[in-house]
Design a protein around this ligand. Sequence first.
Ligand SMILES: [Zn+2]
Length: 130
Amino acid sequence: MENKPLKLFKKSDIIIILIFILLAGAALIPKYAKSESLTAVVTANGKEYTEISFSELNEDKYITVNGVTIKASKEGVCFEDSSCRDKICVNTGIINSPGEAAVCVPMNVAVYIKGGGSSSRNDDVDAVVY
Ligand SMILES: [Zn+2]
């Protein structure tokens, strides 16, 4: 008998494992792509002023509202300049992770990062510490 069922089984096992790895990889990729597509939400006077999608950002973008200049780049968003006196907002620096926020209390301007997914917890701006 030349039958070698064990060897055959091993071969198909490897194929199954490879398919499984490929499927697992394919399932993970969209998740990573999602986390890449972040949105910066700018609010002024407690209302949403504008949204900047990082994936659509080809060059630096500046938003001016209430005497505050917000810069959006591939690295994230930051308060570039503000006419407030404390400059806490400018000193916050670049924010680029979902849930992160920078606020200028005197000028009533805030910017926060929203994840690309439909996660509702990021809609909550309770993360603001200032
Ligand atoms: Zn400020």
